[in-house]
Design a protein around this ligand. Sequence first.
Ligand code: MN3
Length: 202
Amino acid sequence: MAHTLPPLPYASNALEPYIDAQTMDIHHGKHHQAYVNNLNAAIEKAPELASWSLDDLCRKIDTVPEAVRAAVRNNGGGHWNHSLFWTLMHAHDGAEPTGALADAIKALSGDFMKFKEQFAAAGTTRFGSGWAWLISDKAGKLSIESSPNQDNPLMSGKYAILGLDVWEHAYYLKYQNRRPDYIAAWWNVVNWGTVGERYTAR
Ligand code: MN3
């Protein structure tokens, strides 16, 4: 069964003014669609992968046939990462982490402000294109990582509860080269309810 582009869970202008509608339209409709299309093209060349879930394509990337492994890594990773990313944002509501997630963030960083600084640093210092991630282990201990390109924590057996796209295509139209400004704005649209649900479901 071919992989398909999931719809945005909100209107493309819902994240304004922090993330502009044109960026969302291109990012979702062009970039994410291209990852889906290129993943499907790779799987056509390795039909044994047709029955694999998107999670399994990432989790078991090292066993994907070598001829299509790079294509699956880049495009399967891109499809997985963006499918998650859309769900981690929503219209600004001023909320912050609550409950067990708030406690875990405090254990990691001391306080929420310090956590945001540390996570933003993972995004700003990722050279070139990639992602920043908040990882939870089975016991609920958090850590911050970044990955290059469209790699993701699933590829190394880890579980992400939050991810931030720091590819230029995520911010260039509005923020040009100012990645730190994009990240500072992005905090306003993080859906902490969804992040908290992912933390609980770890
Ligand atoms: Mn992207």
